[in-house]
Design a binder for this molecule. Structure first.
Ligand code: ZN
Length: 216
């Protein structure tokens, strides 16, 4: 089978073996063990590379037979490295099925060249959307009220003051509007808006927890 995929983790295990985790077009997220020649540091198996992988199924595992680099996204700045690492860390803990929209999303956001803070939050929001777990943000999930007071991870959406529970995270209709805007619009458009980093941090906290709760 021939796959295309983004390398999300690449770990040397011993002299000649590399354990890589890849988000692929046809199998979703998979792990391969790759054999490496002595002294070789192949870019095609390196972090953030987009490569083709020829694999053969052996029981429950896939054996990598051949790989070919399509494009390396390896960053030339620390800021971009941190950004790409955050995207990888977001995706690594979960079993992710093949999803063309997610594949395209990774491709688009791996290509971001600046405004990494807003790019990460946008990736996070759009990721929940393409995985079908975008939370209810406009009305209280308890009673339908539009008076938004908090976000409930357990209930997957916002709550009003009357329905709020003690483990909720503080939230507002302003943050809901911003989240919807970031999820719907293009990066090119949103990176021009002056969005306070504090707001991005609040959205990140809620959505990272939401993803963990929904996908674990
Ligand atoms: Zn309510």
């Amino acid at each position: 089978m021939e796959l295309k995929g983004f390398v999300l983790r690449s770990k040397q295990i011993g002299n000649r073996l590399r354990h890589i985790t890849v988000f692929t077009d046809k199998l979703g997220k998979v792990d391969f063990i790759a054999k490496i020649k002595r002294g070789e540091f192949p870019l095609k198996l390196d972090l953030f590379s987009l490569s083709t992988f020829k694999v053969v199924q052996k029981g429950e595992n896939y054996e990598l037979q051949r790989a070919l680099l399509i494009r390396s996204y390896f960053p030339d700045t620390v800021e971009k490295f941190i950004y790409l690492s955050k995207i990888s860390k977001l995706l690594l803990p979960y079993q992710l099925a093949a999803n063309q929209k997610l594949f395209k999303l990774i491709e688009n956001y791996f290509s971001a060249g600046d405004s990494f803070r807003v790019a990460y939050t946008m990736f996070l929001l759009k990721f929940t959307f393409v995985e079908g777990i975008f939370p209810a943000l406009t009305k209280c999930v308890g009673c339908g009220s539009r008076q938004i007071y908090s976000f409930s991870i357990e209930r997957g959406g916002v709550l009003c003051l009357r329905c709020a529970e003690k483990n909720d995270i503080p939230w507002s209709s302003d943050l809901s509007k911003l989240s919807v805007n970031l999820a719907k619009n293009s990066f090119e458009k949103m990176k021009k808006e002056k969005i306070p980093l504090q707001k991005l941090d609040k959205i990140n906290t809620v959505f990272e927890n939401h993803v963990r709760f929904r996908l674990s």
